[in-house]
Design a protein around this ligand. Structure first.
Ligand code: F0G
Length: 463
């Protein structure tokens, strides 16, 4: 990997000041936040790589569209523009807006799940699984084995393992499997993509068994980009065409628009299935708002309508992936371990390899995210045992991947910022042997990683 970057396909029209606190102050603020980067104040952070969700910089066209928002309660023009753009880009006739991705997951889970069902998926995602469980289903992982190996360089580590899926359906019966969720790409595996060939094979298996195929399309444009690079049959295709083909092989897509669509809030469910649409639209009224605004303002719908069309312009996604790869190459120069191949939304540091003296009870990724913040004011996010939560028996779920995600917001940071991040993480790498783990001081029941508090664990003997 070499550290080179393509020039930005944009210039900067508005800026937001940021500042770096001095180290002693950072240590105090981290302790006050219970060593959880989610509980830091934004003002305490210099470069915020917590997430790429809702942290995007919009284009001038999106900002201009905000003024066109039709705030009518029912039947707003903005809804028509939004639904039209989504239908055109994703290829589904029915669209239900939601306040964000998990709103769509809630509608989907409630509409399709009967208690006692099983929902297979290519690795869990936190909010997706919790909605499935709250609706009475059990999640089962059917991702290929390579996904669990941070050093495997297989091109499509997000693929569904058809043998695992078939064995599961055989065991529980197709009638107990309402749908399969295919995350394209797989966030918690490091942004690993799914091939079009695999998606089509999943659909080929599911269709005769009347199992719906649902794409989790939070970052489907990134997935389409990797298909254009790695799948011989699609080489030279535009991301726009590939995204349509991905959706053509599935039935429904749930989207957090806070990612691909370059907005700060929003989401939707889009489907070809009229019966699902009717149920989802009805539930939308209960949980989100009328089905023509779904918990959003008309102006938010306008910004999404523009974002949906802009996101499939190839130059945006090419630059985004190049930025992520640049950061990875700089980290590689310092010898810092991260998940391969590098995905499209961030670099996922391998906390087990970074802090090999810590065991799972030390919450290595949670600790690493905290110590990186101390060293450089950069905020990342734990994606490991804390995110995985507890199983039905109350035990911590075992995880193969113990990661700190350095996520790049879209069009927000420059090359100099990325250099600062790489140099900052290198400081933590230099003092890695003396770093302690963390213990829970407060543990919420649902999605504990968001609000948990921690304290430093006793320093291991010999350090
Ligand atoms: N699916 C995936 C793959 C996601 O990454 C997310 C959110 C969601 C669904 C839920 O969408 O946040 O709009 O309700 N991921 C954010 C992240 C939180 O930081 O990765 P949401």
């Amino acid at each position: 990997m070499t550290a080179s970057l393509i020039p930005e396909p944009y210039r900067i029209k508005s800026v937001e000041p940021i500042r770096l606190l001095e180290r002693g102050e950072r240590c105090r603020r981290l302790a006050a936040a219970g060593y959880n980067t989610f509980l830091l104040r934004s003002d305490d952070v210099y470069i915020d790589l917590l997430t790429d969700s809702g942290t995007n910089a919009m284009t001038d066209r999106q900002w201009a569209a905000l003024m066109m928002g039709d705030e009518a309660y029912a039947g707003s023009r903005s809804f028509e523009r939004f639904a039209g753009a989504v239908s055109e880009v994703y290829g589904y006739p029915f669209v239900v807006p939601t306040h964000q991705g998990r709103g769509a997951e809630n509608l989907l889970s409630k509409a399709l799940i009967t208690p006692g069902d099983t929902v297979p998926g290519n690795m869990y995602f936190t909010t997706t699984r919790v909605h499935q469980e709250l609706a009475g289903a059990r999640f089962e992982d059917v991702i290929v084995d390579e996904a669990h190996d941070p050093v495997s360089t297989a091109p499509f580590k997000g693929n569904v393992d058809l043998a695992k899926l078939a064995a599961l359906v055989e065991r529980v019966g197709a009638a107990k499997v309402p749908y399969v969720t295919v995350g394209c790409p797989v966030n918690l595996a490091g942004g690993q993509p799914v091939s079009l060939e695999n998606l089509r094979a999943v659909a080929g298996f599911c269709r005769p068994r009347k199992i719906m195929v649902v794409i989790d399309g939070a970052r489907a444009v990134e997935n389409a980009f990797f298909i254009s690079e790695r799948e011989a049959a699609c080489r030279g295709w535009s991301v726009r065409r590939i995204l349509r083909e991905m959706c053509a092989s599935a039935d429904t897509v749930c989207v957090s628009a806070k990612k691909d669509l370059y907005v700060n809030i929003g989401g939707f469910l889009a489907t070809r299935d009229a019966a699902l649409y009717e149920k989802a639209a009805e539930l939308c009224v209960v949980y989100e708002g009328l089905h023509t605004y779904g918990g959003l303002a008309g102006r938010d719908l306008e910004a999404m309508a523009v974002g949906a069309v802009e996101m499939v312009q190839d130059e945006w996604i090419a630059h985004r992936v190049a930025q992520v790869r640049y950061l990875a190459a700089r980290l590689e120069e310092a010898g810092i371990p991260f998940v391969r191949p590098v995905g499209g939304h961030g670099v996922f540091l391998d906390a087990n390899a970074f802090l090999p003296h810590l065991g799972p009870e030390d919450l290595p990724a949670q600790a690493l995210a905290a110590w990186i913040y101390e060293d450089c004011g950069v905020r990342g996010m734990e994606r490991g045992v804390v995110s995985a939560g507890r199983d039905e028996e109350g035990r911590n779920r075992a995880v193969s991947l113990e990661l700190v995600r350095l996520t790049l917001p879209r069009r927000v940071y420059t090359q100099t910022h990325l250099d600062f991040v790489a140099d900052g993480v290198a400081k933590t790498w230099a003092r890695r042997a003396s770093l302690p783990g963390l213990r829970f001081a407060h543990e919420p029941k649902l999605l504990r990683f968001f609000q948990a508090r921690f304290e430093p664990a006793p320093v291991p003997a010999g350090i």
